[in-house]
Design a protein around this ligand. Structure first.
Ligand code: CAO
Length: 419
C-alpha cells in the first residue's frame, strides 16, 4: 500500500523521547526515517531501563519503530561528509540535542540551507529561541514545571500538596506531536514556495498549549477572585494564583474519582464520574434519587456546588456494591459521561485497543515479540503497519550504498570508526 508520506526522506537526529516520538509517527505514515546514532552506543534509551540484558530496552523499541538506523560519528570528518550528503538528498532533518549542539557540530541553519535550500530543519528545545532560559537542557518533568502543568496539578492541602508531575508525557511526546504538525505544515508550505524552513518547538510552549484552560482560569481569578467549579469553592479562600484542583482537573463540569467495590485491595477500583449539567435528571434516575430532581438544593449547578462533595459521597455509597465495570455499564445507559480508571495491565489486554491497532504486537530481531503503541490517528485509506525498531547501525551499509559509497569506502569508514 502506498502511504501519504512515501518519498519523504527524514534524517532522524533525535534521541530520548520528544524527537523520536515525532519521527516515529511520520515513519508510520510512510516517511523513510533514517535514525542517525553515535557508533558504539546509539540513542541512550537503547540501554536505559533494560528488562533483558544486552537487548535494546523497551524505552527505545517503543519510540523507534518503522525506522532505519545509521551509525555516524558526526564529529569525525568522514562522518560529517556522510551527513552532508544525506542532507543534500533529504527533505527533513529533525533534532533534539541540547542548545547549540548542532551548531557546534558545524551544521548551523545557514550551512544546512547552503547544502539544501529545500531542507526543513525541525528542532525541539526546552525553551524557545530568545527565552531567558534558552541555554537550559530540559527533560520531561522540567518542562511540566516550566509549562504550568505542575503548579496546577495535584492536591492543594494535606501532606502531599506540593506541585505534581503527570505520568503523561506532556513535555516529551506531546512536544514531538507539535513538531510533527510543524513539519507537515512546512512540507505543504514548501510545495507552494519551493523553499524549506526552520521549524522550532519548545517543550515549555507545548506544555503551556495543553494548559490553556489554566491560563483561562488565572484571568477569571484575577477578575473575580474565585473559581466556581474548583473544589475550593465556596468554602475555602482563593489566593491570587490558580490552585491545584485535585481530581476536578481542568473541566468545566464538576467531576471526581470515586471508589467502587474492591478499592480496599485494588488500587484502580475507581471510576471518573462527571456531573454534567444537562445530565442531572438521568443522574438522579440512575442513582435512585428522584427527589433530587425537584429539591432546590440540587436542581442547578450553582445550588449543588456548595455540597458537591456530599453528592459525590452519596454516589460513592451507591458504588460500593458495584465493580467499576458494572457501574459504568449502568451509567452508560443513562448517558452519563464516565469511565473506569484503567491500569496499564488492563489497557495492554484490552481487546478493543488490540482490534483498533492502538496497541500492537511486533517482532524484534533480538527481543522476540513485544507490545507497543500503534497510531492513535485512524484513517479511512491508510492503515499504518507498525514494525520492530532497528538494531544499532542495522542499515548503515544500506544507507551508505544508497548515497553512492562503494564497498571499499564503506569498509574504510568502519575501520576509521566513522560509522
Ligand atoms: N556523533 C557525534 N557526536 C554526537 C552525535 C553523533 N552521532 N550525536 C550527538 N552527539 C553529541 C552532540 O553533538 C553533543 O556534543 P557537544 O555537547 O560536545 O556539542 C553531545 O553529543 C551531547 O548532546 P546533548 O546535549 O543533546 O546530550 P545530553 O545527554 O547532554 O542532553 C538532553 C540530553 C535531552 C537534556 C538535551 O539533548 C536537550 O536538552 N535536548 C533538547 C530538549 C529535549 O528534547 N529534551 C527531551 C528529551 S526527551 O526526554
Amino acid at each position: 500500500m502506498t502511504k501519504p508520506l512515501n518519498g519523504i526522506k527524514i534524517i532522524d537526529f533525535t534521541h530520548v523521547q520528544a524527537g523520536p516520538a515525532c519521527t516515529q509517527m511520520l515513519a508510520w505514515f510512510g516517511a523513510d526515517v533514517i535514525k542517525v546514532e553515535r557508533p558504539g552506543s546509539g540513542d541512550v534509551t537503547r540501554s536505559q531501563l533494560r528488562d533483558i540484558p544486552n537487548v535494546d530496552a523497551l524505552y527505545f523499541t517503543m519510540l523507534n519503530s518503522n525506522k532505519r538506523s545509521l551509525t555516524l560519528d558526526t564529529k569525525n570528518q568522514a562522518g560529517k561528509e556522510v551527513l552532508e550528503k544525506l542532507i543534500k538528498v533529504s527533505d527533513v532533518m529533525v533534532e533534539n540535542f541540547g542548545p547549540g549542539a548542532l551548531d557546534r557540530m558545524g551544521f548551523t541553519w545557514e550551512r544546512i540551507q547552503e547544502l539544501n535550500p529545500k531542507m526543513i530543519l525541525a528542532s525541539v528545545k526546552g525553551f524557545s529561541d530568545g527565552h531567558h532560559y534558552e541555554d537550559l537542557k530540559v527533560y520531561e518533568n522540567v518542562a511540566q514545571c516550566a509549562g504550568g502543568a505542575a503548579s496546577t496539578t495535584g492536591w492543594w492541602k494535606g501532606e502531599h500538596s506540593e506541585p505534581t508531575i503527570s505520568s503523561a508525557a506532556l513535555g516529551d511526546s506531546n512536544t514531538g506531536m507539535h513538531l510533527a504538525i510543524g513539519i507537515l505544515t512546512a512540507i505543504i508550505g514548501r510545495q507552494q514556495t519551493g523553499k524549506g524552513q526552520k521549524v522550532a518547538v519548545s517543550m515549555q510552549d507545548s506544555v503551556l498549549n495543553l494548559c490553556r484552560v489554566k491560563m483561562r482560569d488565572q484571568q477569571r481569578l484575577d477578575r473575580l477572585g474565585y473559581l466556581e467549579e474548583y473544589p475550593q469553592f465556596p468554602h475555602e479562600k482563593f489566593t491570587d494564583v490558580v490552585p491545584r484542583g485535585g481530581n476536578a482537573g481542568g473541566g468545566g463540569q464538576p467531576g471526581w474519582i470515586l471508589k467502587c467495590k474492591g478499592h480496599e485491595t485494588d488500587p484502580n477500583a475507581y471510576i471518573y464520574f462527571t456531573v454534567q449539567g444537562h445530565a442531572w435528571e438521568p443522574i438522579c434516575d440512575a442513582l435512585g434519587k428522584p427527589e433530587w430532581k425537584t429539591d432546590p438544593a440540587y436542581t442547578t449547578p450553582k445550588a449543588r456546588q456548595p455540597h458537591i462533595m456530599d453528592i459525590f459521597a452519596t454516589i460513592e455509597n451507591w458504588l460500593k456494591d458495584k465493580t467499576k465495570y458494572e457501574a459504568v455499564d449502568i451509567l452508560r445507559k443513562f448517558d452519563i459521561p464516565c469511565a473506569p480508571v484503567l491500569s496499564m495491565k488492563e489497557l495492554l489486554n484490552d481487546e478493543s485497543l488490540r482490534k483498533s491497532g492502538s496497541i500492537v504486537e511486533v517482532q524484534h530481531k533480538e527481543r522476540g515479540s513485544y507490545f507497543t503503541v500503534g497510531s492513535p490517528i485512524k484513517f479511512s485509506d491508510l492503515k499504518p503497519e507498525i514494525t520492530g525498531s532497528p538494531l544499532l547501525g542495522e542499515h548503515s551499509d544500506e544507507v551508505l550504498a544508497e548515497l553512492g559509497y562503494t564497498k571499499d569506502q564503506i569498509a574504510t569508514m568502519h575501520a576509521m570508526k566513522a560509522v
